[in-house]
Design a protein around this ligand. Sequence first.
Ligand code: AKB
Length: 318
Amino acid sequence: MSKILVTGACGQLGSELTAELRNIHGSEYVVATDITDPNPQIGEGPYEHLDVMNRDQIEKVIEQHEIRVVYHLAALLSANAEKKIGLAWKLNMDGLLNVLSIARDKSLEKIFWPSSIAVFGPDAQKNYTPQNSPCNPTTVYGISKLAGEQWCAYFHRSFGVDVRSLRYPGLIGYKSLPGGGTTDYAVEIYHKAVKGEPFECFLDKASILPMMYMSDAVKATIDLMNASEKNISIRTSYNIAAISFSPEEISDAIRKNIPGFEITYTPDHRQKIADSWPNSIDDSTARSDWNWKPEHDLHSMTEDILKHLPGFWGVETP
Ligand code: AKB
């Protein structure tokens, strides 16, 4: 059994992916790392403090734990990246280049790296944005993801590194909180709703964005990593899609369960970022290459989240 390293393990995706990898492979085979203290969501298992901008530190952890597979998730998200453009570039690029070059030098088996719908800019087709759409991002985060995709393809082409990637839409879960993204409103809204509080949305009510329930995102990641190498035709990053909705549509879905829920709209600097991204994504290549198919729509996701968040129907968080 190959040992796995997860960077950014305490982040929104990292917390749930690490827990699932530990369920599948056994805790001792999954080494979680981050720059913070471990968070309880990731479960029991080996944990290392790791700054991905420091190549020597990564190399040491990989050697010490005899790691063969890396899920490299550590990054700054879109809204935070606009506030700290130098750090965003350094963290998102140096981190990836460190992992890719170590994978080449140590002949690691497989690398996973997350890209985003942020690679698309205002000139991309807005609806069902195709896999090979023009990519002219207008955010630092989008530029770093686009450059990262090209580095992944380069390391695969030039050095045979088996690196795989997904262009995630906004990810929505109830177990972990996002930080510094443009799609974060779609997580915060549920937390307000179960407390019976009104929600002030930082995007316009009609801003449609591609989104995905966390369980689908975790499944997509693991399915892609388990796919046979011969089925991987995209070495930049795969489009994947599940749901598209606006703040008004998600609040209507919540109101079906919590009739008194109130929302107001005060668009801020994040509106400009949202306006530059697609409304929906064409993920037909992922579907045909490795049988990708999401399980949740807006309503099943909403019911599942509300069922699990404390405060709603008296159900306690596990
Ligand atoms: C963000 O909003 O920055 C992320 C993303 C879409 O990549 N959730």
